[in-house]
Design a protein around this ligand. Sequence first.
Ligand code: FPP
Length: 251
Amino acid sequence: MPVPPQPDIPAHVAIIMDGNGRWAKQRGLPRVAGHRRGVEAVRTATYAARDLGVKILTLYAFSVENWQRPKTEVGALMGLLELYLKKELATFVRDGVRLRTIGRTNELPAGVQKRLHATIEETKDFTGYTLVLALNYGSRTETVDAAQAYAAALAAGKEKPNDRSWATFSRYLSTTCLPDPDLVIRTSGETRVSNFLLLQAAYAEFVFTPVLWPDFTKADLAAALTEYARRERRFGLTSEQVRHPVGVRTP
Ligand code: FPP
């Protein structure tokens, strides 16, 4: 692959939305109140990213590990997700937002799955802007699923045993047909990746902000994009090679 061009605006931004619980706690409210405000922040970020020139926004909405939270919190999150999808469909269609998901969505409650299928189907032909929800997602389960599917394809003779390329293997990940994230943002001051896009973010830039997710605004996103524009992405090369990429190719 030739050295990718480095525009100032990242085409694909992925966000680890963190801090809903602390936002609620600071106000003496139940955790679900933080998640409710978190949904509002999802709406804000969706349109802020598009207005700032981002083409794909991936939001980490529910991880495979999140099932271990108290049953009432998991139930509330699923309820919020279903309601969000129900309310958002008309807006997505009006504004040309394509919805996609990554993760084992077949394990989500039936009502959520139904809303997801309807929204994905209704918005599948939009090409300008894509919102990706990571739901029941974790990089490790994704990698295991991909390895299994790849092994089956090899056994069936659909892939060549000596290929061993990332280009081929990555087609078995749930992010197939999506470019890698250019920028990963995590809110709430935590500086972890928490099993999120571990393979796809191999060359992403990371921005960590202390802002709690329910408080995350368009200005916060713009600040992260400004920080991104200051970075030099080297993809394992030297700065000199990146500036004069004649004949240089990334692996
Ligand atoms: C992390 O905050 C947030 C989550 C685990 C869930 C994110 C969910 C939403 C933003 C709302 C639902 C999403 C959609 C797309 C409708 P936390 O609860 O871990 O916060 P804490 O670390 O402060 O406790």
